[in-house]
Design a protein. Structure first.
Ligand code: ADP
Length: 462
């Protein structure tokens, strides 16, 4: 049997082949009472154990139990060590990936343990003995007061959560968030566990986002201004009415006043009344004119050479976020080699933005098909450019088609109904035309044309 490897399957065969016809199996018990193994006594024939044999068997059982038990313990220990090693490696990787170092610190005694990533974040030699001063040396001079203040609080056993800057040896600036909680006390010394996280990238992304939002707000403001100015032009009729009404009042009252004073005796009381009414009407007219002045106080439209594709792209960028939030997919088919147009950049952007926003609003309820907005530019003849925007929205109702471009026509609950009328007057002021049509499928297409200046500006197909 000793010479054979076939321990599992052919035990019986081997026994028999060696003339061992009798087997006595005695359980080996572990110190906890479990069966740890079996001691088998093989004989040529059945026979009971003599007292001497029994003694030997008992001793063998005892030794076997101890040895099996130890082997099992050793195996468990190795397994646990491997697990500890694995979770330690995992921790190191996690710290690396998340740029987060950890530490334990008794601030009062300046006794610290730092993780590998802690050293890396602060750009410190891994062999360096951990100390608060070593970290402090990296802190940006402007943040030293804050750092010292937080250490002082830590000294008194208060938790910390603060952001400070450090300068690494190569001169780069990093933002660090430090977090520390008291986990226990040794005597009256608080012991902290905490993390330090390099949040520079997050900070940069947040800053970029904020700057982007500021630029967006500014652009919106500019467009809102144009919209205000153009609203005035659409409202010219009613303003003229407002001014002409007090003017005719002034004329009538002044005439009456002259008549009343010419009487013999002059009717001073009534003349005074009419003079007062004249003053009131004059003030009303002045007020209207003052309001107009305030609204028109900015400079008149600046005409410049404009690339239609470029301003379309700018508007698309402005509305990108809005579209993302409303699950709208934008497709831009901008014609390459488009000649420039002459115009007021902000006014033309106002027109495009209004078309885009109308398209988005028209698809607010669209569920059964993709919410797709298609922006196209084209050179339709040698000197005419068009820009069109097609949506997959509600489309144009037959009775709305004629009225849409009229001021104050709206089908929206919060609509002003002036966007399209302003847009059309802007386009016409630029020597172009603006129109709307129903798509073959669902939705509508709004478009305008502008005369070109003749020289291509965009050589790149989009
Ligand atoms: P507002 O958007 O404030 O209503 P507009 O002058 O921009 O003002 O639009 C006038 C009306 O034209 C809208 O209320 C709507 O009925 C119609 N309209 C504009 N754009 C679209 C579109 N893309 N699809 C369907 N209807 C539209």
């Amino acid at each position: 049997m000793a010479e054979s490897d076939q321990r599992e399957t052919s035990m019986g065969e081997i026994m028999l082949a060696n003339g061992l016809n009798y087997c006595k199996a005695i359980p080996i018990l572990s110190p906890y009472g479990n069966t740890a193994g079996i001691l088998a006594i093989l004989r040529h024939q059945q026979a009971d154990l003599g007292p001497r044999e029994q003694q030997i068997v008992d001793r063998a059982k005892h030794i076997a139990a101890i040895s099996i038990d130890r082997t099992r313990h050793e195996e468990a220990l190795v397994r646990r060590e491997t697990q500890v090693e694995q979770s330690q490696a995992q921790l190191v990787a996690a710290q690396r990936i998340s740029s987060t170092g950890s530490f334990t610190s008794d601030i009062q005694r300046d006794e610290n343990i730092w993780s590998e990533e802690f050293y890396r974040i602060f750009d410190l030699d891994p062999k360096l003995e951990p100390s608060i001063d070593a970290v402090r040396e990296r802190v940006h001079p402007e943040d030293l007061d804050l750092f010292d203040f937080e250490m002082k609080r830590g000294f008194a056993g208060e938790d910390a959560d603060f952001v400070f800057r450090i300068i690494r040896t190569d001169g780069t600036l990093r933002f660090i968030r430090g977090l520390a909680r008291v986990t226990h006390y040794i005597g009256d010394h608080p012991v902290f566990m905490g993390t330090v996280q390099d949040i520079t990238e997050t900070r940069r992304a947040e800053d970029a986002l904020r700057r982007g939002e500021e630029a967006l707000a500014k652009a919106r403001e500019e467009l809102a201004y144009v919209s205000r100015v153009m609203t005035i032009s659409a409202l010219t009729t009613s303003i003229a009415h407002e001014v002409s009404q007090p003017l005719s009042g002034i004329l009538a009252n002044a005439n009456a006043c002259v008549r009343l004073l010419a009487l013999d005796p002059p009717n001073i009381a009534s003349a005074t009344d009419t003079a007062r009414r004249t003053i009131r009407d004059t003030m009303r007219a002045t007020e209207v004119i003052k309001r107009l002045r305030a609204m028109f106080s900015r400079q008149s439209p600046a005409m410049e050479k404009i690339d239609l594709n470029e301003i379309a792209r700018e508007v698309i960028a402005l509305s990108a976020r809005d579209m993302r939030e409303k699950f709208i997919v934008l497709e831009a088919r901008l014609a390459p080699e488009l000649p420039p147009v002459t115009g007021d950049r902000i006014q033309l952007q106002q027109v495009i933005l209004n078309m885009v926003l109308n398209g988005i609003e028209a698809m607010a309820e669209t569920e059964e098909r993709p919410r797709r907005l298609l922006v196209r530019t084209a050179l339709v003849s040698e000197d005419i450019l068009t820009l069109s925007i097609s949506d997959a929205g509600v489309g144009i109702a037959a009775d709305a088609a004629d009225k849409m471009f009229e001021p104050f026509f709206t089908t929206k609950r919060d609509g002003m109904g002036i966007g399209l009328s302003i847009s059309r007057s802007i386009v016409e002021n630029h020597g172009g035309r603006m129109w709307a049509m129903s798509n073959d499928g669902p939705g509508a297409t709004f478009a305008f044309s502008l005369p070109s200046l003749g020289k291509p500006t965009d050589r790149s197909a989009t």
